[in-house]
Design a protein around this ligand. Structure first.
Ligand code: S3P
Length: 433
């Protein structure tokens, strides 16, 4: 599938975006080992989350969709999953694979976790090594533990572990394993990352304490199923909000977004760049702050993120590269080597594709340097099989002169299947071919 976008487009109006991906995975996975039936409203229906559903079913968990907007998970109430009859296919989803490693570490059967070519190239050592320290047996390819991952767990020892990389997925995997160990498991992050797991585990009844970058969980934790509602995904909203921010005079409202402080750094950066943002209708939904976000576009100025901000905008860096290209001044991104092991090497992908559109972007080992503003011009560009690259390039196309074709754009279904439709409802000229 390819997206054809007419440049110098306008967008505006009011919309909703798909439910949050991180929260959707956590609601399903935490629900799977809670006691009782978890009811989830507004679960994200996208490939990554369906990978989690498929794997949980493969582990004997009853996951059903009795109504269009209701999913139920029958919690097995502890380390009571069933041995799978074959490999567990996590598709493109790193969150599925890493979080399930934490869960399977507490089970005494053998399981094989695998995924598509992109996932099989992503390192799992950040999870495998501490889980081994807790007592699980974990095997992967090469010293980086590339999938497929063979894991066999059992009784776990609590651990105090300092993560070498800022990764919410790795932190969450250890908190899940820690929920089954006898005693307190402590995880130290080099920089703060999204804290959905801490909030949701606590909401379900676990004893989780956070002091700065140190998070601990007391095991064995007893989780009790709850009714959950998933708010909108700020990382999906970022493509639309970012586009409107860069179009002078555009005004866009996105309703009922998750505005957890560890997820809104992108919006703060947009404000630093000169966009006007307003938060309204604030509420708390199962421990997560939600709000409507309204953005008014203007000419933007360059902003170079601090290293401590990088993990908080890790998923928004591709769209930030697009915005940096049309902003006045020089943007330097450093400390973002993690981008090389995402769904694609996002540094190479963005440098290569934005260059084709005329951006003055230069690759660095741990980021990029961009000189703006430049007049982007429409081009034929490629998604690199990465949903966030595809959507960022579509927005670059909207801001460019002429027509842009984003090839291999089918990957948007990983997190935001309605992206082309919503973009066109907001006034952009987008065609799916
Ligand atoms: C996620 C954490 C981040 C992010 C991913 C979702 C999560 O990955 O990029 O899209 O749900 O915990 P890392 O933990 O690898 O940084």
């Amino acid at each position: 599938m390819r997206l054809v976008i007419q440049g110098k487009g306008q967008i505006g109006g009011t919309c909703r975006v798909p439910p949050d991906k991180s929260l959707s995975h956590r609601a399903l996975i935490f629900g799977s080992f809670a006691t009782g039936e978890t009811k989830i409203r507004n679960l994200l229906r996208a490939d990554d989350v369906m990978s989690t559903v498929r794997c949980l079913r493969g582990l004997g968990v009853e996951v059903h969709q009795p109504e269009p907007d209701l999913w139920t998970v029958a919690g097995v109430g502890g380390p009571n999953l069933k041995e799978p009859s074959g490999p567990l296919d996590c598709g493109n989803s790193g969150t599925t694979l890493r979080l399930l490693m934490g869960l399977l570490a507490a089970h005494s059967f053998e399981a094989l976790l695998t995924g598509d070519a992109s996932l099989q190239a992503r390192p799992m050592d950040r999870v495998a090594i501490p889980l081994q320290k807790m007592g699980a047996s974990v095997q992967g390819r090469t010293e980086r533990y590339l999938p497929p991952i063979l894991i066999k767990g059992g009784r776990l020892r609590p651990v105090a572990w300092e993560l070498p990389v800022a990764s919410a997925q790795a932190k969450t995997a250890l908190l899940i394993a820690g929920a089954f160990a006898n005693g307190t498991t402590t995880v130290v992050e080099p920089f703060k990352t999204r804290d959905h797991s801490e909030r949701l585990l606590q909401f379900l009844g676990a004893r989780v304490v956070t002091e700065g970058r140190v998070v601990s969980i007391v095991g064995p934790a007893k989780l009790t199923a709850q009714n959950l509602e998933i708010p909108g995904d700020p990382s999906s909203a970022a493509f639309l909000v970012g586009a409107a921010a860069a179009i002078a005079g555009a005004s866009l409202k996105v309703r009922r977004l998750c505005v957890n402080p560890t997820r809104v750094e992108f919006f703060r950066i947009l404000q630093e760049m000169g966009a006007h943002l307003e938060f309204s209708n604030e509420a708390i939904v199962n421990g997560e702050p939600v709000a409507d976000v309204t953005v008014t576009g203007s000419a933007l100025t360059a902003y170079s993120p601090m290293i401590s901000q990088v993990p908080l905008v890790i998923d928004e860096l591709p769209i930030l590269a697009v915005l940096a290209s049309v902003s006045e001044g020089v943007t330097v991104l450093s400390g973002a080597e993690e981008l090389r092991v995402k769904e694609s090497d996002r540094i190479r992908a963005m440098v290569s594709e934005l260059s084709k559109m005329g951006a003055a972007i230069e690759e660095r080992p741990d980021g990029w340097r961009i000189v703006g503003p430049c007049r982007l011009r429409g081009a034929q560009v490629f998604s690199w099989g990465d949903h966030r690259v595809a959507m960022s390039l579509a927005i670059a196309g909207l801001l460019a002169d002429g027509t842009t074709v984003v090839e291999n754009a089918e990957c948007v279904t990983v997190s935001f299947p309605e992206f082309p439709n919503i973009l066109s409802e907001l006034g952009a000229q987008v065609r799916v071919e």
